[in-house]
Design a protein. Structure first.
Lengths: 275, 283
């Protein structure tokens, strides 16, 4: 009888996947796991860490990023389907896959942009978005970074920086220098090329010295020489113990920076490879 | 609060440097040619000056001019809020609540600055041949009587007899400015709420419908006009031509507009918590 009730709950959960809300309560997937109704281990894993589905709650703190059974439907389209992944502190993980496979949406979910989804996301042990609306200690680039075109690169960063902190010219200049925009920092952003805007986006992610970087196509529009500089910069950050979740179409970038590579297809993880 | 004000002023800065500012110039030329110049010509024909406040009051009570001022404002804020620029970085750092509050404050500041500047410029234009006093000018009170019916400009279309009979110019200016400001804020808040709900285009169309329907209904003097915010912002609709013969109290209209604004502020605060703010432009 209890099992029947549990099954009914699971079915209701699937029908209302879009309405399901992680911060409204525990997801039905978790209930299903407790009932033993779902396979206990993720399939199609080559190498790398396997995430058991029956996880005790204390594991949430073990990982910098922990995604458990994440599913997301937008307008009845299945965008993400039962994604589970974890990233440990100091680890760099690459997300690869064709356009539209769900890399960017997955990153947006981890960053807290989607308030409604099925499953659970923990960043630095805090459940997103119920415990933390947006994870605090994360620097990110999502798609092509946008800035106020009529303002200089420096002023754009300064406005963003002063939202959380007292203005720190040294910090901002250091980030600008790291991404190679020192000579053009006072030029208006409207005069920047796509690659320069991308670098400014990276400076924006770096300037607050976060513990985690979530970078969606950070090499987009950057020339070969510039890409090598950015690769080196990200490797340096990783060596400092920073956690990186990176998506790119270029395997060379992923293999140079990342410890593991996760391949997505049609919103599902199809392969996980150690590098 | 610091984050909220930071968001509001950064939006305001973006708004000020927006290319859409050119619309204000176009709108001002329209209002000048259709309202201020005819009023001044009427005054010149009587060899009497206008009160500087009269063109200002007229601009907030004459149907076409009100329509132009409101539509221009709506077009100017149509790009706000947006997720296309650096907005995602702001929202991320400030949080949804502070961001939504910042947007609301931006709407209030932009509406106030816009209307104040428009009225100030109209006042400046009228000032070389005008006088400054808390009393109506002779052209405002007697021009229509001195003209043959059906010939040329009608002063009552600019400043209605309803206003002239019922209150002095300074009070009329106050009771025209604040309801117009509140109605602009209301349209902006409706637009913000629609944006947060993911229906930016629909919200914009609803605003345009409210403005045009409101103006049309007041022009027809329909009894249903009080259901729309526009009639509450037009001072002349509140009176009949006889002294103190109220159709609707101007103070009550202010309360209605404040109440509606407050309602949409609360709705926006709730909607911002559930909205996917990264994609607000795409729906």
């Amino acid at each position: 009888m209890a099992e029947e009730e549990m099954k009914k709950n699971i079915d209701d959960g699937e029908i209302n996947a879009e309405k399901e809300n992680t911060y409204a309560g525990e997801g039905n997937a978790i209930d299903a796991e407790k009932a033993g109704g779902i396979d206990s281990v993720k399939e199609n894993v080559d190498v790398g860490e396997v995430i058991p589905k029956e996880k005790p709650e204390q594991d949430n703190d073990k990982y910098e990023i922990l995604v458990r059974n994440l599913s997301l439907d937008i307008k009845k389209n299945h965008i993400l389907h039962d994604i589970s992944l974890s990233v440990e502190k100091g680890e760099a993980v690459g997300l690869v896959g064709q356009n539209g496979c769900g890399k960017t949406v997955l990153m947006k979910c981890i960053l807290g942009w989607f308030p409604v989804f099925k499953g659970e996301i923990f960043v630095q042990g805090k459940k997103v978005p119920s415990e933390e609306e947006f994870p605090h200690d994360v620097g990110f680039i999502i798609e092509t970074p946008g800035f106020i075109p009529g303002m200089s690169g420096y002023d754009n960063l300064s406005m963003l920086y002063s939202l959380r902190h007292k203005e720190d010219k040294e910090r901002i200049n250091e980030a600008i220098e790291k991404v190679g925009l020192k000579d053009v920092k006072n030029r208006k952003v409207r005069t920047y090329s796509l690659g320069m805007r991308q670098r400014l986006g990276l400076a924006q992610a770096l300037m607050e010295d976060p513990g985690i970087y979530i970078l969606d196509e950070p090499f987009n529009g950057i020339d070969r020489e510039g890409a090598a500089e950015i690769r080196k910069l990200l490797i340096d950050e990783k060596d400092k113990g920073k956690t990186i979740l990176l998506s790119s179409h270029n395997d060379k970038d992923i293999s140079a920076i990342c410890d593991r590579m996760i391949e997505l297809d049609a919103g599902k993880i199809i392969k996980e490879t150690g590098l | 609060m610091k984050k909220t004000m930071h968001i509001a002023f950064s939006e305001f800065k973006k708004w000020l440097i927006s290319p859409k500012m050119v619309l204000v110039v176009v709108m001002m030329i329209f209002v000048r040619e259709n309202l201020i110049v005819p009023m001044q010509k009427a005054a010149d024909s009587m060899s009497q000056p206008l009160n500087i406040l009269e063109p200002c009051i007229a601009s907030m009570n004459s149907g076409l001019s009100v329509l132009a001022i409101l539509l221009c404002y709506m077009l100017m804020i149509a790009d706000f809020p947006s997720s296309g620029g650096n907005e995602c970085y702001y929202i991320y750092r400030a949080g949804k609540k502070s961001w939504a509050a910042g947007e609301i404050i931006f709407m209030i500041i932009s509406a106030f600055v816009y209307l104040f500047v428009v009225i100030f410029i109209i006042g400046l234009e009228a000032s070389p041949n005008g006088f400054w006093a808390d009393g109506w000018s002779i052209p405002a009170t007697d021009y229509d009587k001195s003209q043959k019916a059906g010939t040329g400009f009608i002063m009552a279309n600019a400043i209605s007899e309803n206003i002239v009979t019922n209150m002095p110019p300074f009070k009329a200016l106050i009771f025209s400015f604040f309801p117009t400001l509140l109605s602009m804020m209301l349209y902006a808040f409706i637009y913000l709420e629609g944006t947060l709900l993911g229906h930016k285009t629909i919200a914009f169309v609803i605003d345009l419908l409210l403005i045009t329907l409101g103006c049309s209904m007041t022009a027809m003097n329909s009894k249903f006009m009080w259901l729309l915010p526009e009639s509450h912002s037009l001072l002349q609709m509140h009176f009949k031509a006889n002294y103190r013969e109220y159709v609707f109290s101007p103070e009550a209209s202010l309360c209605v507009l404040v109440g509606l604004c407050a309602l949409f502020v609360i709705l926006s605060a709730f909607s911002s918590r559930k909205a996917n703010l990264l994609d607000i432009d795409r729906r």
